[in-house]
Design a protein around this ligand. Structure first.
Ligand code: SF4
Length: 424
């Protein structure tokens, strides 16, 4: 039975208290945010494509944690089987540390180890991940020709069938991993020792609580800190009113749902190219609300219809309010200047307006989302995370996909309430 895994090791590098709590008091974890779930899903999709790059491999994924021991033994047997050249999720264990390697490929009389990342660039954490994998592989006496990170090529442009040899790029991290071996060995010894202690280590809260990842014990460790989240927000009204301009214009509220697939879907697109997959418009004619919804979830090749529909549906309004993390007018201009130019000039990204007006509240410190702004202005109300919509939009289940329309409408109503609060 192992004591550490890649994820618990990385947790220990961030904060040994987080590692201790995870191993001894896992019930103290914060609930998994939708944002994190969406990231995990993206990672998985790219992982499957990476396997296709090295076809006909044996998938070693254990069906349950009780299978780890069996899979470790099978992995070692497969290494000496000349008929097996590729394994996915091969399981290795050394120094009480268990790893699952994304891909391992026979390379002459050695093996090439590959760790897959769904990102466009490599972070220091990825290098550390790979160094740990290398430590365990070496400990298991696997002859390694190279250990590489396989990630997405930012310059790839889809043209016809997906070209996996162009979509992915490789970076050798063997030299780095070699240099890091002693550090890993010492860390593992230290982590195993800490886990056995009767009490959690006394680590004060600090920058490590949010870097490189937001710690899942945030709620537990920060609960005794004077609750800044209960305080009122602050804002500078002078720039706010200047940015809002004439508040008597006929106004519509627009909630756009963008999709940024790691793997390009259409010819001419690069990885993470952004496009609109659904939108909801909310307006009021004086006595009742008018709602217009559109989506292309069942056939994303129709997405460009959104641009002419948006122009058409928003034509009668002098102002369009939205709340988006990106520069929305730049996004629309990118698609098709001719179709969206009459729309761009009247769009106001309320998120940018609030940021430029120095809106501040503890809740928005790490994530200036509609949910956090809304809940800091209206402390007795709640809004779901926007990622819920993204996850449902990507679901295989048509019922879940259909839920997004209602959610987009709800977000739009929250946006209108927020806007009315400041623009009254
Ligand atoms: S919240 Fe901060 S101090 Fe607490 S376990 Fe996490 S990283 Fe460590």
């Amino acid at each position: 039975m192992h004591i550490l895994s890649k994820s618990t090791y990385i947790k220990g590098e961030q904060c040994v208290k987080a590692l201790y709590l995870f191993k001894n008091r896992p019930f103290l974890r914060d609930k998994l945010s939708m944002e994190q779930r969406a990231k995990f899903k993206r990672g998985t999709d790219v992982g499957i494509l990476a396997q296709q790059y090295f076809p006909e491999g044996i998938n070693m994924t254990p069906s349950s944690p009780s299978q780890f021991g069996k899979k470790v033994a099978e992995t070692m047997q497969n290494l000496s089987n000349p008929d097996i050249n590729v394994m996915y999720e091969a399981v290795f264990q050394y120094d009480d540390t268990l790893i699952m390697l994304d891909i391992i490929v026979r390379d002459g009389d050695k093996w090439r180890a590959i760790e897959v990342k769904s990102s466009l660039s490599l972070s220091p954490t990825y290098y550390k991940d790979a160094a740990l994998q290398y430590y365990v592989l070496k400990g298991c006496n696997v002859p390694i020709s190279d250990i590489q990170l396989m990630y997405i090529n930012a310059d790839y442009v889809k043209n016809g069938e997906l070209d996996l040899s162009q979509l992915f790029v490789f970076q050798s991290v063997k030299d780095y991993a070699e240099q890091y071996q002693e550090v890993i060995s010492n860390n593992i010894a230290n982590f195993k020792d800490i886990i056995k202690q009767p009490h959690s280590p006394k680590i004060p809260i600090g920058n490590q609580c949010d870097a490189p990842y937001r710690c899942e014990f945030h709620g537990h460790c920060w609960k005794d800190v004077p609750n800044e989240a209960d305080k009122l927000y602050s804002i500078d009204y002078k720039p706010l009113y200047e940015l809002l301009g004439d508040r008597n214009k006929t106004t519509a509220f627009l909630n756009l749902l963008f999709y940024r697939p790691a793997v390009p879907l259409f010819d001419g697109d690069k990885p993470y190219s952004e496009f609109i997959i659904a939108f909801s418009i909310l307006s009021n004619n004086g006595s009742f609300d008018k709602i217009y919804n559109w989506s292309c979830l069942d056939d994303m090749s129709r997405w460009k219809e959104s641009l002419s529909l948006l122009s058409e549906q928003l034509a009668g309004f002098e102002r369009v309010i939205c709340f988006a993390p990106q520069n929305i007018t730049a996004s629309l201009q990118k698609y098709d200047l001719m179709e969206s130019k009459d729309l761009n000039y009247k769009i106001l990204n309320f998120r940018e307006v609030l940021q430029q007006s120095d809106f501040h509240h503890e809740k928005v410190k790490y994530d200036f989302s509609l949910k956090n702004v809304f809940e800091s202005v209206f402390p007795n109300k709640t809004l779901f995370e926007h990622s819920r919509i993204i996850l449902n939009a990507m679901s295989e289940n048509v019922i879940e996909r259909n839920l997004i329309t209602n959610d987009l409408e709800q977000e739009n109503r929250a946006l209108r309430e927020l806007y009315s609060h400041f623009a009254h």
